[in-house]
Write a protein that binds this ligand. Structure first.
Ligand code: NDP
Length: 313
């Protein structure tokens, strides 16, 4: 089979899967958005990100579907455009500062800004019961530094509105500080990272670099780090702490210029990341993220969610 046929097969499969899904409509009084509302989703060519993009567009927003690889991003965008959704593509590699800058310039010129940012792009070097830290540097760079760098580039471009702009970080319960089986052993560090007043960028990044240094030295196994998917758990722990830090930093913005920042765990989702194991579909995994992005009249910020409920960090 040639490339064209394979692309067509992928497109038909996606369209068929989508035809089975139904977006639950919001009532008119709940809808604070319109087609002019612009949402950006990172890593949206597949998996949960693609579903977040699809569902947001299905609710009537304009979505910028981004992907590090142009071919894959265009293919995904075409599928959504064929459904009549307002979706545009732009390249964005969250690890590449030039790509982030070019993207920000394009957003500024094209839309003047965005209303919603969903930091979804992520990697995990482990599958099943593996716990290898071979890719620790890449996992931490993509999941934490990618999220941070895209957020920092987008905050100045978040448009003022009565409803407030929103940032949603796709995180994981594996990064919880209070998880019984998968937490940091150092109680003082747990307390510092768990208190929104004591979290700082310096604390988050010092913790990550201590971990990465131990990976390099080969001493990480006795470092008191989370036991499952250690590198991935550390990266998401950092995303969670960054979410609270950003929420606090942005909390004193005046009415009309508010930015609400939250994170959520999509559950264990059938995507490439889990080798299509998992117990929920990508559409279900996207649900809480879309719900958070569209929350009507609620100034919720600095919180962690799963299945549309707040959970503890
Ligand atoms: P997928 O592997 O299907 O999708 C990951 C997406 O991130 C892909 O589009 C990938 O692009 C993109 N990506 C990776 N690196 C970069 C980069 N440098 N720049 C831009 N995009 C990048 O996984 P999921 O859909 O499952 O994961 C989405 C998010 O959900 C991740 O943050 C993940 O950690 C989180 N999550 C997933 C869970 C699950 O059970 N699946 C559980 C908890 C959290 P490409 O196609 O080019 O590789």
């Amino acid at each position: 089979m040639g490339n064209k046929e394979r692309a067509k097969e992928r497109r038909d499969k996606r369209l068929q899967e989508i035809s089975l899904l139904r977006t639950i409509p919001y009532s008119d009084h709940q809808r604070w958005w319109s087609k002019e509302t612009v949402a950006l989703v990172t890593g949206a060519n597949r998996g949960i990100g693609f579903e977040i993009a699809r569902q947001l567009a299905d609710h009537g927003l304009t979505v910028i579907l981004t992907s590090r690889e142009t071919g894959a991003g265009l293919e995904a965008t075409n599928v959504l455009q064929e459904l009549g959704l307002s979706v545009v593509f732009h390249q964005l590699d969250v690890l590449d500062s030039a790509s982030i800058q070019q993207f920000a310039d394009w957003v500024q010129q094209t839309y003047g800004g965005i209303d919603i940012l969903v930091n979804n792009a992520g990697v995990n070097g482990n599958l099943g019961t593996d716990n290898s830290v071979q890719n620790a540097q890449m996992v931490v760079s993509t999941n934490y530094y990618g999220t941070k760098n895209v957020t920092n580039a987008m905050i100045p471009l978040m448009r003022p509105s009565d409803a407030g702009a929103r940032v949603v970080n796709v995180s994981s319960r594996l990064g919880r500080l209070k998880g019984r089986r998968n937490r940091l052993e150092d109680e003082i560090l747990r307390e510092q990272l768990g208190n929104p007043e004591s979290i700082s960028e310096e604390l988050i990044e010092r913790t990550l670099s201590t971990f990465l240094q131990q990976v390099e030295d080969g001493t990480w196994t006795s470092g008191g780090w989370p036991q499952s998917f250690t590198d991935y758990s550390m990266s998401k722990l950092a995303v969670n702490a960054f979410t609270r830090l950003m929420a606090r930093t942005l909390s004193d913005r005046p009415d009309g210029q508010k930015i609400y920042v939250n994170c959520y765990c999509p559950g264990w989702v059938k995507t490439a990341m889990t080798g299509w194991a998992g117990n929920v579909s990508a559409a279900e995994g996207a649900d809480t993220g879309v719900w958070l992005a569209l929350l009507p009249d609620q100034a919720i910020t600095g919180k962690f969610f799963a299945e549309r409920r707040e959970i503890s960090f």
